[in-house]
Ligand binder design. Structure first.
Ligand code: PHE
Length: 507
């Protein structure tokens, strides 16, 4: 393998749209489709739009611009190296974010395996009429709620086979490099995804009963707005969904072409992602309205989030459609989920591979193989009979806690540097050089301060709840092992990794 082709700068995105599709590919993921509709519904419906829009405006877009700036200014090639370039003391933040990007794929890859399973099943609607039993008992072979940290039950071979394929696909893409792998794959996946998804959403709103679902989705519950939990939910959703504060946007932007229009690229990526999310909410609730009407029940009786929505309720919706149409819509829906999930998965792994490659002075190819094998082995935990429980707990702790901590770290660090070192113009205004949309660095700084304060305040509330009440009533040791200790290990790993001296810089 030639070392030369590994050098920084030789393997970056070739075109602006190559970059934008990759950034959108990362942002648009399972979170848009299975998290957003239910989070919005559960967190106040129409009134959730307020915390959600606030979170996009004060945190989503400013942080996206900031991360594009950090990435393209330093061109460090990885999140830890970029934070180190900001200030040597900050490298651990990059590693903490890399830990998030390492942990999430453990379950994210499993969900993609389920999606592939359902893609196959949708050709014949193999789930039958009892979609719940099919999903939980036949596909997942889900066991009883865990009674201890290691009560995994048996191993699910078909899913293990599929998850192997998912990881091989991921490894090949990352191995091939930024231009030949990530850029090429996203240039195909994202436009196809957008078209397919648009077809599904437009079709859904034409269904009988769609308006009932939409009314329910948009019905405001104003009394929820003062509840801190709603705000944490909005910020956590925006962070997860926009892929910020997890090292991705910094890593991708460090591969960006020269003279990079950060501001408009960030706005296209951020708004593109939110539009897909809102469209998902509309499509999903229109379809739920249809299902409720067909079954003669209320929308509240059929609404669900997470895996239940995509793998249990959605098949019931497909069952209600005219035979041929149900098959086509099902195939298109699961194919778009697959594309959305896969493009996000590769972005997560890329963060880890880039960080390892630079820190330990190994080639991209070696780092890709080693990290994909480790990720793959850990992800096998999720194809045991306790997989869904593990997923639920790891997702909660990584999304609602680690991600928010990472956001707070990043904001505090950047604000401190801007204020104490007078770096506001050079850091937050960096993107103003080559842009059609100039944004005042002071305004961005102000927004970041507001975002930091809101996050800090709401985070404390979430943390108190998480400590007081065992999440979803899970066994305490299970939560300690798969939740709290993962956070603790990530902290320690981030600090240790930032202290270790790099082997030799590849650039
Ligand atoms: N944004 C992705 C989603 O909505 C998840 C993700 C987060 C992917 C961070 C990459 C990095 O599903």
């Amino acid at each position: 393998m030639s070392q030369k082709s590994e050098k920084q700068g030789n393997d970056g995105f070739k075109t602006r749209w190559g970059f934008i599709f990759a950034a959108m590919g990362s942002a648009i993921g399972l979170g848009n489709i299975w998290k957003y509709p239910y989070v919005a519904y559960e967190s106040g419906g129409g009134s959730f739009l307020i915390p959600y829009l606030v979170a996009i405006l004060v945190a989503g877009l400013p942080i996206l611009i900031l991360e594009f700036n950090i990435g393209s200014k330093f061109k460090s090639g990885s999140a830890p190296a970029a934070f180190k370039a900001l200030s040597p003391k900050l490298e651990f933040i990059g590693w903490f974010q890399t830990m998030i990007a390492f942990i999430v794929p453990i379950y994210y890859s499993a969900v993609i395996a389920w999606v592939v399973y359902y893609l196959g099943a949708s050709f014949t609607q193999a789930w039958g009429s009892d979609t719940a039993t099919y999903f939980y008992s036949e596909v997942l072979t889900l066991g009883d709620a865990p009674t201890g940290p290691f009560s995994f039950g048996g191993f699910n071979l078909p899913l293990a086979g599929l998850i192997t394929v998912v990881w091989i696909g991921c490894a090949i893409t990352i191995y091939a490099g930024v231009q030949k792998g990530i850029e090429r794959v996203n240039k195909f996946l994202i436009p196809s995804l957008l078209i397919m998804f648009a077809v599904v959403v437009i079709y859904s709103v034409t269904l009988d009963g769609a308006t009932t679902g939409l009314q329910r989705f948009f019905a405001p519950q104003w009394d929820t707005i003062s509840d801190g939990k709603i705000w944490v939910a909005a910020f956590a959703q925006v962070f997860f969904s926009t892929s910020i504060c997890s090292g991705i946007m910094i890593t991708y932007a460090s591969y960006s072409p020269k003279k990079f229009d950060n501001n408009s690229n960030a706005i296209i990526t951020g708004l593109g992602n939110s539009s897909v999310e809102l469209a998902a909410g509309i499509g999903v609730f229109a379809a739920l309205g249809f299902l409720a009407t067909q079954s003669g029940v209320g929308v509240d009786d059929v609404a669900a989030g997470g895996p239940g929505l995509v793998f249990q309720i959605y098949p019931s919706i497909l069952n209600e459609l005219p035979a041929g149409i149900g098959t086509v819509v099902g195939v298109v829906f699961y194919l778009s989920l697959l594309f959305a999930g896969f493009s996000s998965l590769i972005s997560l792994i890329e963060v880890v591979v880039a960080a390892v490659k630079i820190k330990f002075g190994v080639s991209r190819r070696k780092a890709a193989i080693v990290m994909c094998v480790i990720g793959y082995i850990l992800s096998l935990l999720i194809v045991t009979n306790a997989g869904l429980y593990l997923l639920d707990v790891i997702d909660y702790f990584s999304n609602k806690i680690m991600w928010v901590i990472s956001g707070i770290f990043e904001i505090v660090a950047v604000v401190a540097i801007c204020v104490t070192a007078g770096a506001t113009a050079s850091l937050l205004g960096y993107g103003n050089q080559y842009t059609a949309i100039k944004i005042s660095p002071k305004l961005l700084l102000g927004l970041l301060i507001i975002a930091g304060a809101l996050l800090g305040y709401t985070f404390v509330q979430e943390l108190i709840i998480a400590i007081k009440v065992p999440y979803e009533g899970y066994n305490n040791w299970f939560l300690i092992f798969w939740g709290w200790s993962i956070i603790a290990i990530s902290f320690i790993a981030a600090i240790v990794l930032s202290i270790i001296k790099p082997k030799k810089e590849m650039s």
